[in-house]
Ligand binder design. Structure first.
Ligand code: PEP
Ligand code: MG
Length: 888
């Protein structure tokens, strides 16, 4: 196996092997763009190293051969005393993990070669500054020395010279600092800073491999759902220097605005700076447009390259570049992260430019982004007190209590508080706090600072670089225009405008929701650009999708909203939701009835109420299917709490005024009490045990349908039996139901055409789906209960009990209640689909568990051949979009 690829050997499609950075450096090299020569060590080499603790045997020689070729190309040797070749060693995984893994620059400098570099560059200061940076970075990332020690030493050197920034330290001071840094390495790492350049390089490569498994990298991967076993590639690249004076610099650029999608010149530039200075947000940058004044030739060349890249990648690209004494070098490019709104707008813009087609446009957006666009925004008409304004780095409207460190953010959010994490700038150690916070506010750094990049990736609101804000993390407060915001004060931040407010600003619905609700029209002249883009993308999705999308709704209001959002029917009406509130007592009477008469009376009371519910629902969904599920609550939900009732009765007894009813009730509750109600008397079992219950519901459905037909409506009811484990249960209910339907048809003279089906939500039902299909005209997979029973996880308890531990240990990356477990639960679904269709080829198949609205699961249901997914009304647009993406 080949472990090392020269930049001239790879291409952009080799991301698995070369990582994103390596693959794109190769692509740019092959496009003839100015990329400093270098090579990439594959993720395969990293995996061998991480699995065995040792690099693959062949690696050393392969690296040696590629290094020799690089040295030949550059006409100098790594670390050569009189004119050293210097290289950077950078991580680069398949998926971008900004700031999560290690990088070491200036490899090849030593006590000797620093002199050579000084001579070649004609700049002592530069050479010694580069050397101190190497020792600092190498000490920290490779040798594990506490970075603060170097920072402190640097700070002391500045204080001694009474200067504010490190660029004001001269060569002599930097030379002293190098000596000091080497001492720190020696005493902390117990070894000298290595003088042998190849040793430096090999150790740095191992450090990059190791950085795949740091805690913060693992946390980031879990958050972003990046698999843990991919490993990182390592890029060894000849160094170019942005810190060689005012005609040098480094910057980042986007081919379009990653926040709005607008074309233009977007980016940040920092003169006389090296590598990570821009992304770290340490010094404030100037807008990229200013480069035109500073260095017109490089600016023009960069604009040209940006156009080449965008046309080549057919997408928004982000770019890192360096200018070394007027010569432009490309250090990285990739398809850039963008906000959810920009994703939709860019996709449609690229269609209009003829760069991509509609099918490709669908792949450029996703359901999670659409869901994000449906979040509310701040009310523009609200009275507000603006504190300041920063850069709109990641959109959204976030309100919370001000906190100034990650620890407090985590602690407060755990106790249910909403917090805004306020920092001068963030670094990778803030990741946990950023996850815990509603939003992030920083006073320094641009659109490409750590805070901005990470927040955008997480879909979290972020305002950065709000320079008027003076953030004092030690005293936990911020000061701005005479205002002092203390820890715990409420602030509101708007990631779409960059505005920061004191107090809680009220929020209003997003324009995308207004559009789905029909209150805003994409065709209107003044329609929001975003709404137009969403409208177009939704139209593409609807045109290509095979899966139909229905809603889980049990009242007319939800049904109507679902319809506006594009639902093509109701896939689950949970009738138990119709018995909440004052009707609960009627069900209690039914369950506790001692005599036939009592029971019949209770049913008689319920029938007209149920019928009215269904009439309303069928009217709301006129012309579309409505699947009504017969009653399925665990029994205890309809009975008084056993402890409360016992206490009440005991107290009454002690006062000697216990009432007959309560005593009876208590006895019954004891009799019906279950240790595991979720596995108890619920669903079809309840229907079989309480005579008349299901037939009352069937009658209500049938009579409601007849009434709607008589009113010239088009009701399309489907009756669904829950929690079936065997076909016999279904047959009994079916026979009774058919009799009732026939009765109603006779009495009303209306032909109802009601269909009858079942949920598949127990493993036994899935395993005997072939038999069950004999008695069912449709299946709806109840993947909530199916997940519960296949895993043996209580759906009501696990999330709060041991799931965190499971997620942390990587047993699963996401809760199986959220995204379908394809291998287990999914296998049962797949097999049941095949068995059901074998028995009844026209069997209708859907899913109504929570998974019906989960993007990844929707793709799975498309693939296994279901006819529809059903989800809550608000998730319908997401399901439509993902169904379209799955089919295109
Ligand atoms: C299911 O179990 O997936 C389902 C939809 O039913 P419920 O959530 O009501 O148990
Ligand atoms: Mg269920």
């Amino acid at each position: 196996m080949k472990f090392v690829y020269d930049f001239t050997e790879g291409n952009k499609d080799l991301k698995d092997l070369l990582g994103g950075k390596g693959a794109n450096l190769a692509e740019m090299t092959n496009l003839g763009l100015p990329v400093p020569p270098g090579f990439t060590i594959t993720t395969e080499a990293c995996k061998v190293y991480l699995d065995s603790g040792e690099e693959p045997a062949a690696l050393r020689d392969e690296v040696g051969a590629h290094l020799a070729a690089l040295e030949k190309k550059m006409g100098k040797k790594l670390g050569q005393a009189d004119d050293p070749l210097l290289v950077s060693v950078r991580s680069g995984a398949k998926f971008s993990m900004p700031g999560m893994m290690d990088t070491v620059l200036n490899i090849g400098l030593s006590d000797k070669s620093v002199q050579g570099l000084a001579k070649q560059a004609g700049d002592d200061r530069f050479a010694w500054d580069s050397y101190r940076r190497l020792i600092q970075m190498f000490g920290k990332t490779v040798l594990g020395v506490d970075g603060e020690l170097f920072e402190d030493a640097l700070e002391k050197a500045k204080q001694a010279k009474k200067v504010a920034v490190d660029t004001d330290l001269d060569a002599a001071e930097l030379k002293k600092l190098v000596t000091r840094f080497k001492k720190i390495v020696k005493s902390e790492a117990g070894r000298d800073f290595p003088q042998d350049p190849r040793e430096q390089m090999d150790l740095a490569i191992h450090a990059v491999f190791d950085s795949w498994n740091t805690e913060r990298a693992k946390l980031y991967r879990r958050q972003e759902r990046i698999p843990g076993d991919l490993g990182t590639a390592v890029n060894v690249c000849s160094m170019v220097f942005g810190n060689l004076g005012p005609d040098s610099g480094t910057g980042v650029a986007f081919t379009r605005d990653p926040a709005s999608g607008q074309q233009g010149v977007y980016g940040d530039y920092l003169q006389n700076a090296q590598g990570e200075d821009v992304v770290a947000g340490i010094r404030n940058t100037v807008p990229l447009a200013d480069l035109e004044q500073l260095d017109k030739k490089s600016y023009d060349q960069l604009m040209q390259i940006m156009e080449t890249l965008e046309t080549h990648y057919k997408d928004l690209c982000d770019i890192e570049f360096t200018i070394e004494r007027g010569q432009l070098w490309m250090l990285q490019t990739r398809v850039g992260k963008r906000t959810a709104g920009a994703a939709f707008r860019i996709a449609t813009q690229l269609v209009d430019q003829g760069l991509i087609d509609e099918a490709e446009a669908l792949q450029r957006v996703n359901g999670a982004q659409l869901a994000q666009l449906m979040f509310p925004r701040f009310d523009e008409d609200a009275k507000v007190e603006q504190l300041g304004r920063g850069i709109a780095a990641s959109p959204g409207a976030a309100v919370g209590k001000a906190v100034f460190d990650s620890y407090t953010a985590i602690k407060w959010s755990r106790s249910g508080e909403k917090v805004i994490l306020i920092r001068r700038e963030t670094n990778p150690d803030d990741l946990d706090g950023m996850i815990a916070a509603e939003g992030i506010l920083t006073s320094r750094g641009g659109k490409t600072s750590h805070a901005a990049v990470v927040a955008r990736g997480m879909g979290k609101t972020c305002v950065c670089g709000a320079e008027d804000l003076e953030v004092d993390t030690k005293r936990r407060r911020l000061t701005v225009n005479g205002h002092v915001v203390e820890e715990g004060d409420v602030v509101s931040i708007d990631g779409s405008t960059g505005k920061v407010y004191l107090g809680e600003v009220p929020v209003v619905p997003s324009p995308v929701v207004e559009y789905f609700e029909g209150r805003m029209h994409a065709g209107a002249d003044d329609a929001d650009e975003l709404v137009k883009a969403v409208h177009r993308i939704m139209a593409y999705a609807d045109r290509v999708r095979r899966l139909r999308v229905r809603a889980n709704a049990d009242n007319a209001e939800d049904a109507l909203r679902a319809r506006r959002f594009g639902a093509q029917g109701i896939g689950l009406c949970r009738t138990e939701h119709m018995f909440l509130g004052e009707r609960r007592e009627m069900v209690e009477h039914l369950i506790l009835a001692d005599t036939d008469e009592e029971r019949e009376n209770a049913l008689k009371e319920l029938l007209p109420l149920q019928k009215r519910d269904f009439v309303e629902l069928f009217e709301a969904m006129d012309g579309l299917p409505v699947t009504v599920r017969l009653l399925d609550p665990p029994l205890h939900e309809f009975l008084p709490d056993i402890t409360e009732l016992s206490v009440r009765v005991a107290l009454a007894e002690s006062r000697k005024d216990a009432n007959e009813n309560d005593l009876r009730l208590l006895q019954a509750v004891h009799r019906l009490h279950e240790q595991n109600p979720m596995l108890g008397l619920r669903g079809v079992r309840l229907g079989l045990v309480i005579p008349g219950l299901f037939t009352m519901q069937v009658r209500a459905i049938a009579e409601a349908a007849a009434e709607r037909k008589n009113a010239k409506g088009d009701p399309r009811a489907e009756i669904m039996i829950p929690l079936v484990g065997t076909v016999q249960e279904l047959e009994i209910v079916r026979e009774e139901a058919e009799q009732v339907i026939a009765d109603v048809e006779r009495a009303t003279g209306v032909n109802l055409k009601l269909s009858l089906g079942t949920m598949i939500e127990l493993p036994r039902a899935a395993l005997t789906a072939g038999q069950i299909a004999e008695a069912a005209e449709f299946f709806s997979f109840g993947t909530n209960d199916l997940t519960q029973t296949v895993w043996g996880f209580s759906r009501d308890d696990v999330e709060a009990s041991f799931f965190t531990a499971y997620l942390e240990k990587g047993i699963f990356g996401v809760s199986p209640f959220e995204t379908i477990d394809k291998d287990g639960v999914g296998k049962l679904v797949r097999d049941a689909v095949a068995a059901g269709r074998a028995t009844r080829p026209d069997l209708k198949l859907g899913v109504c568990g929570e998974h019906g609205g989960d993007p990844e699961s929707v793709h799975f249901f498309h693939e296994v051949g279901l006819d529809y997914v059903s989800c809550s009304p608000f998730r319908i647009p997401v399901a439509r979009l993902e169904a379209g993406r799955a089919a295109s």
